[in-house]
Design a protein around this ligand. Structure first.
Ligand code: C2E
Ligand code: CA
Ligand code: CA
Ligand code: CA
Length: 279
């Protein structure tokens, strides 16, 4: 009877209920986040490691809910993917990012590249190519300045559709980057076929590279492979000067991380661009 009682209790695990109802609450609140103006973009710059020159910025989505306060993307993106809202939200991010960067450009605050994260669901959605084309046309941002980041998990599904979408995106003139590279299973043949432009080395490798010889070897191998395939390579999550120095010595061309700058809201990033334009 006791065991049955425990099982029955586990079935009604209050923690599970909290999680389930929190998720449905998040999903409900997220459905109204765009129209309520609760979503905004942060910008995190990345740099050429040798010269220190600005190479571009990654757009990172932020949600400040009236009810819940700030909610991190690691919490709400999976919910938006489950509920399908990521397609609409992703289209909004694309439009907003292109419009903002084009506006800065007209003000003399040029950004060499802007990188936007795509969800696998956007990549499988038939409208993505049209959404990207619309965002470029409406903003006037040159296509070559837009980079689209996809994680390796995108590559695991619906190969033919993914190739076709990638080809159509490349035909628009945008650049493709593989995000969190090294955490998935993509083969060299796959990267070549996808006609990718750039690899982003996942921050977990950067974190361990100095302490773990096997991780050091992995980072070296990724950088060498990128060079051999004539792909750009960016290391993510650089937090210390030692990490930066190791990556520069390994000939990793670009870096991003808290050592250089945290993600910033648009007004703060505009001030950052203005200082660099003036200097
Ligand atoms: P990600 O694309 O891998 O983005 C990098 C994450 O690392 C960001 O977290 C960034 O703030 C953080 N980061 C940057 N530098 C450092 C560092 O030096 N140290 C550490 N510890 N972290 C650093 P964030 O902004 O919380 O975003 C988390 C994830 O949410 C992103 O990972 C991305 O997968 C997703 N995400 C963010 N914005 C969007 C979006 O607009 N669309 C989609 N589909 N996903 C997004
Ligand atoms: Ca990313
Ligand atoms: Ca990443
Ligand atoms: Ca990530």
């Amino acid at each position: 009877a006791k065991a049955a009682g425990r099982n029955a209790f586990r079935f009604y695990d209050p923690q599970m209920n909290v999680e389930a109802s929190e998720r449905s609450r998040l999903r409900w609140l997220l459905a109204h986040a765009i129209e309520r103006g609760e979503l905004h973009l942060h910008f995190q710059p990345y740099f050429h490691l040798r010269s220190g020159e600005l190479a571009g910025a990654e757009v990172l989505l932020r949600w400040t809910s009236a009810e819940l306060g700030p909610v991190g993307p690691n919490q709400f993106i999976p919910v938006a993917e489950d509920g399908g809202q990521i397609v609409e939200i992703g289209a909004w991010v694309l439009r907003e990012a292109c419009a903002q960067v084009a506006t800065w450009q007209r003000q003399g605050l040029a950004l060499p590249a802007v990188a936007v994260n795509l969800s696998i669901l956007q990549f499988r959605h038939g409208d993505l190519v049209q959404q990207v084309a619309d965002a470029l046309r409406d903003s006037g941002l040159p296509a070559r300045q837009l980079e689209l980041e996809i994680t390796e998990s995108v590559l695991m599904h619906e190969t033919d559709k993914v190739f076709a979408t990638a080809d159509n995106l490349k035909a628009l003139g945008v650049r493709l980057a593989i995000d969190d590279f090294g955490t998935g299973y993509s083969s060299l043949a796959y990267l070549k076929r996808l006609n990718v432009d750039k690899l982003k080395i996942d921050q977990s490798f950067v974190r361990d590279a100095l302490a773990s010889p096997s991780t050091t070897a992995i980072v070296r191998a990724i950088v060498d492979m990128a060079r051999a395939m004539e792909l750009e390579v960016v290391a993510e999550g650089i937090e210390t000067a030692a990490e930066r120095d190791f990556l520069a010595a390994t000939h990793c061309a670009m870096g991003q991380g808290y050592l250089f700058a945290r993600p910033m809201p648009a007004d703060q990033f505009e001030a950052f661009l203005a200082v660099r334009a003036a200097g």
